[in-house]
Write a protein that binds this ligand. Sequence first.
Ligand code: HEC
Ligand code: HEC
Ligand code: HEC
Ligand code: HEC
Ligand code: HEC
Ligand code: HEC
Ligand code: HEC
Ligand code: HEC
Ligand code: HEC
Length: 373
Amino acid sequence: MKLAVRVSMILALVALAAISAALLFSVPADAQGPVLADPECLGCHADSNLIKTLPSGELLSLYVDAALVAESVHGKKNIACAQCHSTITRFPHPEFVVADRRDVTLKLYGQCRQCHAENYSKSLDSAHTRALAGGDRNAAVCTDCHTAHTVTPPDQPRARIPQTCAQCHSTIFDDYAKSVHGADVLNGANPDVPTCIDCHGVHNIGDPTTAAFRLKSPEICAGCHTDPKRMAKYKISTNVLNTYVADFHGTTVQLFEKQSPDTPTNKPVCYDCHGVHNIRKPNDPNATVFKENLLKTCQQCHPDATDQTFTAAWMSHFDASPAKYPLVYYVNLFYTILIPLVIGGMALFVALDIYRRVRRLTPNADKPKTNRE
Ligand code: HEC
Ligand code: HEC
Ligand code: HEC
Ligand code: HEC
Ligand code: HEC
Ligand code: HEC
Ligand code: HEC
Ligand code: HEC
Ligand code: HEC
């Protein structure tokens, strides 16, 4: 009996030892070994001398700054290296064939799709993805705007947005930075003025040079410029759309949009007069609508207009006021007072006349009252 107990105890111990050994020396989940945890990846990749020479001759640093990764939105959510690098989970890594530095980005950015499928599918139809498909390898992908390892909230502060686009659209950025809209974004965090993405969108940026975009564009401007709350702060008229549409130029653009949204139009939209990325206050000498520059702006489409009388005759989209267009203002005022006066006077006259006739038909109506009655 005793021996049997001993034997079974020894057997149990051996089995236990075998299991612990198996656990200790890690019996592989599959033949290649376990998925490496972040400290293990960093064991090699925190070395700033880890550099790979690409076939193009360019050097690819394989160094990853652990502190920056930890501070990123993903680090804060404890997203592991291997969650993004789902194909690189062990060492040696699977073969990675790339021609040059850009190829590394273009081969790896697709990882973002695993968790951000919605933004990824939105981007499929964008001007950037189309440019990429058309062979322009410099068109923006996720990591160009967000980085891979140091992703932080992309709109904080707001001035970061145009700076992100400026990496590749620097000429447009320079114009924008001096414009009435851009200067305000970059100087502080004015939430009322547009950044690039308010006009273009972000992940689904379309082609802004199409006829359809052009015809729709007054609505983009009007979204803010007819908003009384937003405009009151800057004392800017909210009537600019109404007056634009009432004007011969705007009326035809509206008609065009209804009939054939894809037909190019030669009628001006807001940005033909105001500029696109270089919009300035009308009293800024560099504004395309500044008094002295206005004729040149009109001449784009009215080459025969040769003197200021052409522009002076046009009321722009301002309401007349005693300061601006006093003649129009006073004529309007005259009519707004005269017409109610004349019509009101007529109505009063007719009413009094009827009253008088009714009184006359009523017996005794006109008899003076006496004390005796
Ligand atoms: C034992 C050291 C070591 C470990 C551990 C290691 N790597 Fe690497 N890694 C390298 C070396 C060396 C290269 C360059 C490979 C080459 O020259 O082809 C590399 C290349 C890479 C690349 C560039 C693309 C490629 O495949 O060449 C990525 C991405 C990468 N490692 C991610 C990771 C991740 C994620 C982990 C953890 C899951 C990890 N590595 C663990 C040594 C290591
Ligand atoms: C949010 C997803 C994500 C996480 C998390 C992530 N990576 Fe990456 N990693 C990428 C992408 C995308 C690229 C390609 C970046 C590029 O070159 O444009 C990349 C590139 C690399 C490269 C190639 C060199 C380079 O900078 O392009 C190495 C090495 C690498 N990662 C290692 C790591 C290690 C180690 C960790 C964990 C500490 C890690 N990555 C975490 C997405 C990620
Ligand atoms: C394994 C899943 C995963 C992958 C892969 C991944 N992300 Fe994320 N991402 C997250 C999570 C989780 C959050 C945090 C969401 C939240 O806080 O609501 C996040 C947030 C973000 C944010 C929002 C930041 C903010 O606060 O506004 C951006 C931008 C972002 N990721 C970009 C990327 C990019 C670029 C890639 C590819 C390099 C990528 N992500 C890959 C999971 C992932
Ligand atoms: C051209 C630059 C650009 C590209 C390319 C880009 N993003 Fe963004 N992304 C931004 C900006 C700017 C914001 C901030 C948007 C805002 O404040 O409304 C943003 C916001 C985000 C957010 C947080 C808000 C949200 O929509 O959930 C996530 C997540 C994100 N991007 C992921 C991605 C992924 C994944 C890709 C690739 C498929 C990608 N982005 C491509 C510029 C870009
Ligand atoms: C990594 C470089 C890069 C970044 C960052 C980038 N773009 Fe682009 N963008 C391109 C390239 C390349 C094209 C295609 C060539 C062209 O039309 O300029 C393009 C095209 C466009 C177009 C279409 C132009 C056309 O004529 O069809 C718009 C609009 C645009 N980008 C807006 C933006 C905005 C807004 C941002 C920031 C949120 C941004 N881009 C960030 C590289 C970039
Ligand atoms: C107030 C609205 C608005 C803002 C803000 C704006 N854009 Fe545009 N953008 C437009 C319009 C409208 C067009 C079309 C102009 C045309 O067809 O002549 C355009 C055209 C473009 C184009 C293509 C045509 C070209 O000139 O190459 C790119 C690229 C572009 N914008 C990038 C940007 C970037 C980057 C920013 C921020 C720095 C920005 N935009 C800010 C309205 C805007
Ligand atoms: C996101 C809202 C927004 C959009 C979209 C927008 N604007 Fe503005 N705009 C503003 C604000 C706010 C100001 C005042 C900024 C200031 O004075 O500091 C302004 C100022 C101006 C001014 C100067 C007016 C003055 O008297 O000082 C002009 C002109 C102008 N915008 C034209 C346009 C045109 C044209 C478009 C479309 C292509 C447009 N805006 C799109 C918000 C917007
Ligand atoms: C045919 C040219 C033309 C078109 C089209 C045009 N504008 Fe103007 N806009 C002007 C001129 C000129 C001025 C300055 C008038 C002045 O100072 O007497 C002006 C002034 C403005 C102002 C300043 C108003 C203020 O109270 O300070 C804003 C805002 C504005 N326009 C927005 C727009 C918007 C939005 C559109 C499209 C819906 C548009 N404009 C279409 C020529 C034009
Ligand atoms: C983008 C082109 C374009 C710009 C810029 C433009 N116009 Fe016009 N304008 C037109 C077209 C096209 C018509 C004809 C409209 C119609 O017949 O429906 C027109 C018609 C007119 C008319 C009516 C009389 C006529 O000649 O047919 C006047 C007045 C006029 N524009 C003044 C101006 C002034 C002033 C400016 C500058 C502040 C200006 N336009 C800027 C395209 C433009």
